[in-house]
Design a protein around this ligand. Structure first.
Ligand SMILES: Nc1nc2c(ncn2[C@@H]2O[C@H](COP(=O)(O)OP(=O)(O)OP(=O)(O)O)[C@@H](O)[C@H]2O)c(=O)[nH]1
Ligand SMILES: [Mg+2]
Length: 210
């Protein structure tokens, strides 16, 4: 059994935030708190340890009280650069990544990913959730930035990124992985809605979901 206390949660806040006008997304206000702090608190109650990956305004992130690590590879190489940075710093056997722009993510994310990884004997468990399919319906899509992974995959990720790899799916496909759908009765349809623009952030802030 994977003990959720053996998981370190990593808040991914290292992006450019270009669709938000280039602001530091994690520091935008959400229900009275910086978005990344809201995310950190929601993650902290699910796992044993937490840390933050950020590339700007590091002092503001450090004020949250958790360790803050900037990308170990340069030039905003994408979320996988955050995975790599976290794996290098992680001191528990498992790490769970969560992006800072999806503040209503499930309160049972860590527990369900851990249970599925256990059951499948997998090294990686990723969430999947219903999304607009662009044709008036919904389709369940993998949300690869919600990723529980074994920390001993570090060497593999170093090799993948050194060879120029940047796509999360291309890397996870090389390992035993399981996809966990969060589309069960009782699952919040807004849980994986990510705010890429300020308008999206404000609409999420006003939703009834706690
Ligand atoms: N460490 C790190 N994280 C990143 C990078 N790019 C994106 N992310 C993170 O990956 C998650 C998903 O990112 P997106 O919403 O696609 O990108 P973003 O940079 O936040 O915003 P856009 O520039 O508008 O795409 C967010 O949590 C980002 O903080 C990067 O270069 N380095
Ligand atoms: Mg996003």
């Amino acid at each position: 059994m994977i003990d959720t206390q053996d998981i370190t949660g990593l808040v991914l806040a290292g992006g450019r935030g270009s669709r938000m006008g280039g602001v530091d997304k994690g520091l935008q206000n959400f229900r009275g708190l910086p978005l990344a702090l809201h995310t950190l608190m929601r993650l902290q109650m699910q796992v044993g340890h937490v840390m933050v990956n950020a590339n700007r305004n590091l002092a503001a992130y450090e004020a949250f009280g958790a360790p803050v690590w900037p990308d170990v590879i340069a030039d905003y190489a994408g979320p996988l650069a955050g995975f790599l940075t976290g794996l290098e710093r992680c001191e528990t056997p498992w790490m769970l990544t969560v992006p800072c722009d999806t503040p209503l993510f499930p309160l049972d994310l860590a527990a369900r990913l851990a249970a599925a990884a256990d059951q499948a004997g997998a090294d990686i468990a990723m969430a999947a959730a219903p999304e607009d399919d662009g044709a008036g319906g919904t389709a369940v899509r993998t949300q690869p930035v919600f990723c529980l992974l074994r920390v001993d995959l570090l060497e593999s990720l170093v090799a993948f990124t050194q060879a120029g790899g940047r796509k999360i799916d291309a890397w996870t496909a090389q390992h035993q992985h399981v996809v966990v759908p969060f589309d069960q009765p009782g699952d919040d349809p807004l849980a994986f809605f990510n705010a890429n623009t300020l308008a999206e952030l404000h609409s999420l802030e006003g939703s009834g979901t706690p």
